[in-house]
Design a protein around this ligand. Sequence first.
Ligand SMILES: *Cc1c(COP(=O)(O)O)cnc(C)c1O
Length: 376
Amino acid sequence: MVAKILYPVSQPDVGDLEALYVNQAVRSGWLSSIGPFVSRFEQEFAQLTGTKFGVSTSNGTDAIFVALKALNIGPGDEVIVPALTFVAVASAVVRSGASPVFVDVHPDYWCIDPDQITAAVGERTRAVIAVHSYGHPANMPAILRIARERDVFVIEDCAEAHAAKVAGGVVGSLGDVGCFSFYGNKIITTGEGGIIVTNDKDLAERCQYLKDHAMDRGRYYYHSEVGYNCRMTNLQAAVGCAQIERFDEILATRRRILDYYQDEFSDCGSIRLNPRMKWAEPVNWLVSALVVDADGEERDGLRACLKEHGIDSRPFFYPLNELPPYRVYAEKRPFPTPVARRISQSGLNLPTSNDLRREDVARIAGEVKSFLAQQR
Ligand SMILES: *Cc1c(COP(=O)(O)O)cnc(C)c1O
């Protein structure tokens, strides 16, 4: 028998302010994608990332897809992506018509390894997607250096690292374009939703145009090219505006939860929590733990044991190059990804809801430690 889940992995931190704004949006009659909350959300989120323009989207995957399309990336092109990340990064590339090229991640901070990008850049490379994974920024200075030299675009995927900083800048503002997701388990949420941020006015306008059916400006129902509907609604943006107002508080609470975990595991050599390189200011998306030297079986055993005690968890992502629809791309441009594989097998995300108290974290960590004590 499986115990009732006492501790989900992540619950959105929403309350009265979100309810108030959604209510206002409903009563205003602006339910679709035109409405005051949409433009306010776009402006305020762009400001938060230190960029000039924000283009909201229906979700984070569409943000990446529209950004790729706006950069005119498509069939015949290659886009370098990390092997260890959420599948949306690869599926958006495939949907654009381009081919993903999977490269390994760095063992110390789990994001795309700049040396592996250098090894993989080729004639057809048009872009790199620098994913800031599990709250930790990718090594943007190194990535930008390589990209500028080879004339390839840098798309930042900041879905898991809202407001993390690297090289003195906020993620999303450092590359050519930044993409965010506001799915329910992200740091701030709009239910479903995403945004593209950039300092490039033309690019922002092109994203806005493509995500809204590519309708000619000034000429209703005239379309010079194929467009898409990747719009965010005013209802979603209402939630988002409330979340932005509460952003500092939400971020600080999440930070405190990671501090609790770090305290609890300070005496445990078998668990390595969220990395932090000295050049980076990560944020806490989900508490992420590597079980040192574990294989997939031991990690899964731990997850099953936690579940019996009502503690939910998530395994780390599978290396994307090992998944059925993406193997064909990996075989065309094969690069070894041993680090992604190792981290994938030994990692899990622990409960990170903002309502967790110190004693909850102590209980969760206690179960992890008692499992490992029995195993090792
Ligand atoms: C969540 C996530 C996305 C996509 O988000 P959706 O809003 O679910 O489409 C993209 N990239 C990464 C790295 C993510 O974690």
